[in-house]
Write a protein that binds this ligand. Structure first.
Ligand SMILES: C[S@@+](CC[C@H](N)C(=O)[O-])C[C@H]1O[C@@H](n2cnc3c(N)ncnc32)[C@H](O)[C@@H]1O
Length: 300
């Protein structure tokens, strides 16, 4: 940073500074994001248990070229700092003891907003569903697609065991192995406040986590309920072919008579993709209730 400050003119990046095209270009001229991400990636392949654990959202390769940076990666260093927790802002060097928190932060960016208590209406509908489930029959099997670090999944599991006890089994899936690790170990090394909430969920809750994309769900396991919050209709799932694939795979995994619960806090720009998804689900024979931000799809 000392060298940076000697050669680079202010304004330097600081919390709240608007990242203008000029500032972006200036940082790119001094230290291109592609170069920095390539080093982060290279370090990650040594630090993480496997190269596949490097957060997919950053999809960079080891080559130091602009095309190696994924479209969803922040286009410059100031953009990178703006999406990270404050502790990493404005920094290009990190101590070895900070790396776990840094890579976890990259997999669980604050803008995802993953947390408990975000969908209270859906939670009360799930509580009704759990209450009506015939005890003593088959255990209820619930799949949470796009489970993030598991805060919402575990909240649902805690609610479900109150009524169903051992008659409940939950699987959360996300493409990020680091998110699976955080959910299983109840660790959020980059966010101590949310970690306290995550640690409140006891290890014996009947929730498992697996690194898997919705595109790859095989349908080998049949579920009675699918929950998918903060994913369908948003940046990861809005293309027509993805919506079709999502519904196809949900149909394959869901028992006849089963229900899909979909909720989000997306901005209005996502409304049309969410509505398209609901319309296509209706065409496939689902009975729809609710609206684009909080819907129930019952498989007839
Ligand atoms: C905004 S977070 C929502 C987390 C959680 N469901 C919640 O509502 O708090 C979106 C999640 O979807 C996951 N995701 C992205 N692409 C996915 C895919 N193709 N299949 C399954 N999950 C995906 C992300 O890794 C992230 O965990």
């Amino acid at each position: 940073m000392a060298i940076w400050r000697r050669y680079a003119r202010p304004p330097w990046w600081g919390e709240g500074l608007v990242v203008s095209p000029r500032l972006r270009a200036f940082y790119e001229a001094c230290l291109p994001a592609a170069l920095f991400y390539a080093d982060l990636h290279c370090l990650g392949t040594h630090f993480l248990p496997s190269p596949s654990w490097f957060p997919a959202g950053f999809c960079v390769s080891q080559y130091h070229t602009a095309p190696s940076v994924g479209l969803s990666s922040p286009p410059s260093l100031p953009d990178f700092w703006a999406v990270l927790p404050h502790v990493f802002s404005g920094r290009v060097t990190f101590a070895a003891t900070e790396l776990l928190a840094l890579y976890c932060a990259l997999a669980d960016l604050p803008r995802f907003g993953t947390d408990s208590s975000r969908y209270p209406d859906q939670l009360s509908r799930l509580a009704d569903y759990f209450r009506q489930w015939p005890l003593g029959d088959q255990p209820m099997r619930l799949l949470d697609i796009g489970c993030g670090v598991g805060l919402n999944t575990l909240e649902i599991a805690a609610l479900g065991v109150e009524r169903l006890g051992s008659g409940l089994s939950i699987l959360g899936v996300t493409p990020e192995p680091l998110e699976v690790w955080m959910a299983e170990n109840r660790r959020l090394p980059h966010d101590p406040v949310r970690e306290l909430r995550l640690r409140r969920y006891p290890p014996e809750l009947p929730a498992r986590f697996r690194a898997e994309r919705f595109q790859e769900l095989s349908g080998e396991e049949a579920f009675d309920v699918i929950v998918c919050n903060g994913l369908a209709g948003g940046r990861f799932l809005h293309e027509c072919q993805d919506i079709a694939r999502f519904l196809e795979n949900c149909c394959r995994c869901l028992r006849p008579g089963g229900t899909i619960f979909l909720a989000n806090h997306f901005h209005d720009g996502c409304r049309s993709a969410c509505q398209r998804l609901l319309a296509e689900a209706a065409q496939r024979g689902f009975q729809i209730s609710g609206d684009w931000q909080d819907a129930c799809l019952q498989r007839m």
